[in-house]
Design a protein around this ligand. Structure first.
Ligand SMILES: Cc1cc2nc3c(=O)[nH]c(=O)nc-3n(C[C@H](O)[C@H](O)[C@H](O)COP(=O)(O)OP(=O)(O)OC[C@H]3O[C@@H](n4cnc5c(N)ncnc54)[C@H](O)[C@@H]3O)c2cc1C
Length: 416
């Protein structure tokens, strides 16, 4: 019997598997897909996630391959938040294809000794593990549902997922552009809708946006290239020579959060615990951060080094972070999907404040970046320079408790 079975090999489940192994727990990850999804939902990796990778000594490939972007948007507003002022060694976001992020996380989990079973769909929970089709059981003392918004684990455990249903739909096209915008990327918004264009590796561009025609509760039909072309022309006056779509998709603003992140021996993390409109590029980041919070605790409990009650701190610490995520993505959705003159005026006022009120811009950036995270036990510690000459992030690489002396000096020379 394994200590833990993780359901879902998305970014959350894969980071969790590595963390559990680091803490000495045995783990099997079960994933429906025989192969990784080639389409890249998540592109943006935020500063706190990059710090977490550094705290485990695996940041290098992300830094080497990701495109560094020193600013970020809030709700598609044209004036962008300056990330370069943030108190972190990584004051930028990284743009990296979701599939590549998963590949790097899966490599780590396998290197650490996690078993990953692809092509296996979990259909339910048993008294001591999970059930696959044909009554096969994978036995484990703990089950973690990292199985996305439609989580089978959440449903089987009877954990409520209260929230609100979709009222509006965004769209996305990864396409070739023969006439891309001058600087490669662009943000365009008006009464006809809003659109962001970003270059992706492999000579394609992502066009992502929303428009008044899809402000409705029922899911519109499949997005076609012709519809995307017409919509983009209406918003931007050009279709940028789009052709050869790699991926066309829609996403709604249904917003839900699990009532509890722990029920006895079942836990939830990532999209299984929180669902929202994907604006600001944060969902995967919060999922990895959930996994980071849970991993060492569950490993310590499963290997008998800590009491079960430690697991309750996972819910107490991460549920409010999920609530905060739902709040700011809802706020961003409202800004992105407002097309009236009043809505446009609200966008202009807020965008102007981001450009001219550095403190407000910084606080919003810290919120998306995950750097403002605060628990009852304290708030995130920056990368302190330790008396022995190494940094805090380096000291955290073992995943075990670290005792530090007072008299720490920050990299900027101040005493902490
Ligand atoms: C268009 C779009 C753009 C986005 N952009 C960003 C971004 O830039 N940055 C960001 O941080 N987030 C972004 N997100 C959100 C991000 O994609 C998700 O938050 C993230 O993928 C969640 O990771 P996860 O591992 O929790 O869940 P998922 O990625 O959904 O992974 C769940 C896994 O579980 C598997 N699974 C499901 N059910 C079962 C079962 N019964 N048995 C076995 N396996 C199962 C699935 O096959 C899947 O592999 C975006 C989302 C969308 C839709």
């Amino acid at each position: 019997m394994d200590d833990v079975v993780v359901v879902g090999a998305g970014p959350t489940g894969l980071w969790l598997a590595g963390e559990l192994r680091l803490g000495g727990a045995s783990v099997t990850v079960v994933e429906t897909r025989p192969e990784r999804d080639p389409h890249s939902k998540a592109l943006t990796i935020h500063p706190r996630t990059i710090e977490i990778f550094d705290c485990r000594g695996v940041v290098e490939p992300f830094l080497a391959e990701g495109i560094r972007i020193p600013n970020g948007h809030f709700g598609g507003l044209p004036d962008r938040m300056d990330f370069s002022v943030l108190d972190t060694p990584y004051p930028f976001t990284l743009a990296l294809l979701h599939a590549r992020t998963e590949e790097l996380l899966e490599d780590r989990a396998r290197r650490m000794g996690a078993t990953i079973r692809r092509g296996c769909r979990v259909v339910g929970l048993t008294r001591d593990g999970v059930e696959l089709p044909d009554e096969e059981v994978i036995a484990a003392r703990y089950v973690v549902g990292c199985d996305g918004t439609r989580s089978t684990v959440r449903a089987a455990a009877g954990i409520d997922f209260p929230g609100t249903e979709a009222t509006t739909w965004g769209w996305l096209g990864d396409v070739v552009l023969d006439a891309p915008p001058e600087r490669g990327s662009a943000t365009i918004a008006g009464a006809d809708g809003g659109l962001m264009i970003v270059p992706l590796p492999g000579g394609i561009h992502r066009l992502v946006g929303a428009d008044p025609h899809t402000n409705r509760p029922d899911r519109p039909g499949e997005l076609t290239l012709d519809e995307l072309r017409t919509t983009v022309r209406r918003i931007a006056g050009s279709d940028f020579g789009m052709r050869d779509p790699v991926w066309l998709s829609r996403f709604g603003n249904a917003t839900h959060q699990a009532a509890t992140y722990r029920k006895d021996t079942v836990l939830l993390a990532g999209d299984a615990a929180h669902m929202h409109f994907p604006t600001g590029g944060v969902g995967m980041n919060v999922g990895i951060q959930d996994a980071h919070n849970l991993g060492w605790k569950l490993a310590a409990v499963a290997t008998g080094r800590a009491d079960e009650t430690l697991l309750d701190t996972y819910h107490h610490e991460r549920h409010p972070v999920g609530t905060n995520l739902l709040e700011h993505t809802r706020a961003q959705t409202a800004l992105m999907t407002t097309y009236s003159p009043e809505g446009q005026a609200l966008r202009a006022v807020l965008s102007g404040l981001i450009a001219t009120a550095p403190d407000m811009s910084r606080r919003l950036a810290e919120r998306l970046a995950g750097l403002d995270v605060t628990y009852a036990t304290g708030r995130r510690v920056p990368n302190l320079l330790l008396p022995e000459g190494n940094t805090l992030f380096e000291r955290l690489r073992s995943g075990r408790h670290v005792n530090t002396e007072v008299g720490l000096v920050r990299p900027d020379g101040y005493l902490a």
